[in-house]
Design a binder for this molecule. Structure first.
Ligand code: DIG
Ligand code: MN
Ligand code: MN
Length: 387
């Protein structure tokens, strides 16, 4: 079995809406037939995936009767049991129905806000029914185009009120579910609230129970904002708030492309995988991506396998990076090992006094080089497979 063969212990997971994406976009109709959720689960299990995730509406059509709901749940559970695939995350669709056109938790209409909370409680129940430990909140419609129509402080207050209420619901039901907020800067709204990992991390600290809330960063979304994705993920890890991650690929300056993981930005993807593997992150390696619109239903599985193979290939490169003596020497020359050492340690008046009395020579400090081109060239050669 090759190092690139996906296995359940790799914890790869896909949303039903990813491999089930029918290829429709704002400018064109669907290009693929609908996929049966139970069949998706079986197929994911057959290619070595560990988990599956869903929006409420992906699994249970909003118009389903309670008996239809029971039948769908039973069929889905049978497929999970037979394939060994687990439900790694659940979420809700608060962005497709026109009722949410002005937002869900932040709609100006309080009745829409109440409906959004009620719909989300049902989605949390559905996730809990399948043992999903994480519930994601992507506020795709929580934003605005006409600034005057959505005073931001009041909008954030309504967002906080909804999340605090839903945290109360999870506690009251004893589910143990944790929430992961998913930032995105724009699209479909002109500006979306909680646009980046940093905004989300700060907002979490204003909630009543921040301890059960973290983030679900997505590669494409931070890239759309022009930010370093792995730096944002590092800050989430540093804060103990990386509960989930949406892996895909994105060219900067484009709409949300949600390409196959590794399809773009291979160097950035390498540093992300290196960070995740080194950090001991033990959550799902979840793909929120979609096959190219030109793919037919067989191409869907090239897409899914490619996501996992690219992750495994980059994890292997990270192992080679750590074992490469030339890179180790270059890291030392760049001072990377010195960055890991404390600068002064905890404050004492004695230490402050001695620092102030030190006679630093900034010109001498400016003399040294940090050999970064040499180091980066070694990374490029590693990734190009010429080392
Ligand atoms: C889009 O990036 C969002 C929705 O697909 C979903 O709510 C969430 C799940 O990871 N990501
Ligand atoms: Mn996206
Ligand atoms: Mn996502």
């Amino acid at each position: 079995m090759s190092a690139l063969t996906p296995r359940p212990e790799h914890k790869f997971s896909f949303g039903l809406w990813t491999v089930g994406h029918r290829g429709g976009d704002p400018f064109g109709a669907v290009t693929r037939s609908a996929q049966d959720p139970a069949e998706i689960v079986r197929r994911l299990g057959s290619i070595g995936a560990w988990g599956v995730s869903f929006h409420d509406d992906d699994l249970i059509p909003p118009e389903a009767t309670s008996s239809e709901r029971r039948a769908i749940v039973a069929r889905f559970r049978k497929a999970l049991d037979e394939s060994g695939v687990v439900v790694s995350m659940a979420t809700q669709n608060l962005f497709s129905h026109p009722a949410f056109k002005d937002g869900a938790f932040t709609s100006n209409d309080p009745e829409v806000r109440r409906y959004a909370i009620a719909k989300t409680m049902r989605a949390i129940d559905l996730g809990a029914e399948f043992g999903a430990p994480i519930h994601v909140f992507w506020g795709g419609r929580e934003g605005v185009e006409a600034a005057a129509a959505k005073p931001p402080i009041e909008a954030l207050a309504r967002y906080r009120e909804a999340l605090d209420f839903l945290c109360g619901y999870v506690r009251d039901k004893g589910y143990g579910t944790r929430f992961a907020l998913e930032p995105k800067p724009n699209e479909p709204r002109g500006d979306i609230f909680l646009p980046t990992i940093g905004h989300a991390l700060a907002f979490i600290e204003t909630l009543d129970t921040p301890e059960i809330v973290g983030v679900n960063p997505e590669v494409a979304h931070e890239t759309m904002a022009g930010l370093s994705f792995h730096h944002g993920v590092a800050q989430a890890i540093d804060a103990g708030k990386l509960l989930h991650i949406d892996l895909n690929a994105q060219k900067i300056g484009r709409y949300d492309q949600d390409f196959r993981f590794g399809a773009e930005g291979i160097k950035d993807a390498f540093f992300l995988v290196q960070l995740l593997e080194r950090s001991g992150y033990d959550g799902p390696r979840h793909f929120d991506a979609r096959p190219y619109r030109v793919e037919d239903t067989s191409g869907i599985w090239d897409f899914a396998t490619g996501c996992m193979r690219n992750y495994l290939a980059l994890a292997e490169k990270a192992r080679q990076f750590d074992a490469d003596d030339g890179i180790a020497a270059a890291l030392d020359e760049a001072g990377v090992n010195d960055l890991a050492k404390p600068t002064v340690g905890p404050y004492t008046a004695k230490l402050a006094k001695s620092l102030q009395e030190r006679d630093f020579d900034p010109d001498a400090l400016a003399d040294r080089g940090y050999a970064n081109d040499q180091l980066d060239q070694l990374v490029i050669e590693l990734l190009l497979g010429v080392r």
